[in-house]
Design a binder for this molecule. Structure first.
Ligand code: PEP
Ligand code: MG
Length: 528
């Protein structure tokens, strides 16, 4: 388990302010260089995360804040530590995605203070034996550069499913369970454990039979990862296109390498999370064209800006809301600022015209036929051919037949659909147990949409995390889902599992799961 650095004491500053300020400036620059070099070596998702961390080390506001504290007689280590702590508090207060970046700041602060002390930055202990890494949380710089030949799995006490640790672990196909309450009090170095990332469980001191079963499961995962890349299909040849979820064109190469047949969810808001004003049509056209070019001849489903709750975009909704997940988010926020929506649809149409990718465009948080009709009409007016709706609000599932009268397709966002069906904030650890897409209530809503898609002869995809769970992917197909989109790292496991069942078998498993009395029972029944 990596040990964090001791926080600095509050001995008064004795050295000269200017020279201490200079010492901090040098330490910040060295840490930024180090993180930049790690970024370049890491590539992929890790590169972006580490480049962001390097920027946090170079932020001039930090150096100004340190100066103020030095002028007030605080020593250099403490001034640096406190300046980052103040920054952290600001991010935490913003909540959601921004709050989860707070851990990244802690790591940068620790690295800078270690430089000032002339000691090594805290990191992952070296081991000759393969091991499960247990930590309070892991710095992105450590997660990104983990030795994957030795690290079998990762378990952290802090962090949520959208923390960088979780995102990077997923992108490296490293089994990880994050946010395990009381972890550090319960584990000791050298203890045997089984980490089941699919079930989100950590079993300490398991019996021999469980260890043997876990080894077999690991072998089959590794075999799936090295199986040949084929198009997604069931054992009877039924095609199920396997697509990737991406945030920018930087994700394209990795997704294609892992066999993505296109993009099932392009989260366009990820490009503009830090922006304080709406991006221009030109900026957006350039970004979308770059992504579509990378998927030339392939399907790309772009989602228009999903502002609100876990994805703050101040230029779309800056109001303080008591329950932002139930507030002006998704299509509601866009409709309230229609020019921003028009600009985005125009940029998407420009990108479509400039490339030969097959562009589909959908809106998040659509509740009913009226909202669908509004969005589809606007999309068509601005030159888009294939316009659809995300199914994230339970009402859209109940009204799926009406929605598909006007939408060209529906893509189910199971993350939000689960949060709204079970009325449990997807960001809140205390109700995380409800965030389970295996819940029969969620499955029954998926069935309603699948049936409506089949009757209308229109595609129904899934682009939430549920699609990345191989056993659930089979059930979803059995419920009428026609394509699956996920983090690229999950493609191999899902591809391998689909090949083990026919469509009739998938439908039979789905029927079993629909009759379950709980999520756990649905899982067990679908497993046979
Ligand atoms: C979802 O809600 O399932 C989804 C895919 O969208 P996001 O996770 O970006 O809200
Ligand atoms: Mg969503």
């Amino acid at each position: 388990m990596p040990e964090p650095l001791e926080p600095p004491g509050d001995e008064p500053l004795e050295a000269d302010v200017d020279s201490e300020h200079e010492r901090v400036r040098t330490a910040l620059a060295e840490v930024a260089d180090d993180l930049g070099a790690r970024a370049a070596a890491a590539g992929g998702d890790a590169q972006q995360v580490l480049e962001a961390a390097a920027l946090m080390a170079q932020d001039p506001a930090i150096l100004d804040d340190v100066r103020m504290r030095l002028d007030g007689g605080v020593n250099a280590e403490k001034a640096t530590w406190d300046a980052y702590a103040a920054f952290r508090e600001m991010l935490t207060a913003m909540g959601g995605y921004m709050a989860e970046r707070a851990t990244d700041l802690d790591d940068v602060a620790q690295r800078v203070v270690a430089r000032l002390r002339g000691v090594a930055a805290p990191g992952v202990p070296v081991s000759e034996e393969p091991f499960i890494l247990a930590a309070r949380d892991l710095a992105p710089a450590d997660t990104a550069t983990l030795d994957l030949t030795k690290t079998l799995a990762l378990v952290t006490q802090d962090g949520g499913p959208t923390s960088h640790t979780a995102i990077l672990a997923r992108s490296k196909s490293l089994p990880a369970v994050v946010g395990v309450t009381g972890l550090l009090e319960r584990v000791a170095d050298g203890q045997i454990a089984i980490v089941d990332a699919k079930a989100g469980t950590v079993v300490l001191d398991p019996d021999d039979a469980s260890v043997t079963a876990a080894h077999a499961e690991r072998e089959s995962r590794l075999a799936a990862a090295s199986a040949p890349i084929t198009e997604g299909a069931l054992a009877d040849g039924t095609k199920v296109p396997l697509l990737a979820n991406v945030g920018s064109s930087k994700d394209a190469a990795g997704a294609l390498e892992l066999g993505a047949e296109g993009v099932g969810l392009f989260r366009t808001e990820f490009l503009f999370l830090g922006a304080s004003s709406a991006p221009t049509v030109e900026e957006q056209t350039a970004a979308y064209t770059e992504l579509l070019q990378a998927f030339s001849g392939k399907k790309v489903v772009a989602r228009v800006l999903d502002a609100g709750a876990d994805k703050p975009l101040s230029f779309l909704n800056d109001a303080h809301e008591e329950n932002p997940a139930l507030g002006l988010r998704g299509i509601r926020a866009l409709r309230a600022s229609e020019q921003i929506l028009r600009d985005q649809l125009t940029a998407l149409a420009n990108a479509q015209a400039a490339t030969d990718a097959e562009l589909y465009v959908m809106a998040p948080m659509i509740a009913d036929r009226e909202e669908t009709a509004y969005f589809v009409a606007l999309g068509r007016e601005l030159g888009l051919e294939r316009v659809g709706a995300m199914a994230e609000v339970p009402s859209i599932a109940v009204l799926a037949d009406q929605v598909l009268e006007v939408a060209d397709f529906v893509s189910i966002g199971t993350n939000d659909l689960t949060q709204y069906t079970l009325a449990a904030d997807r960001q809140l650890g205390s109700v995380a147990g409800f965030q389970d897409p295996w819940h029969p209530a969620v499955l029954r809503l998926v069935q309603l949409i699948g049936d409506a898609g089949a009757s209308a002869g229109k595609p129904v995809g899934v682009c939430g995390e549920a699609a990345a769970d191989p056993a659930l992917a089979v059930v979803l197909v059995g419920l009428g889902v026609t394509s699956l989109s996920m983090s690229a790292s999950a493609l191999a496991d899902v591809r391998a599992e689909l090949l083990t069942v026919t469509l009739d078998e998938a439908k039979a498993r789905a029927q079993q799961a629909l009759g379950a009395r709980s999520a756990a029972e649905a899982r067990a029944l679908a497993a046979g």
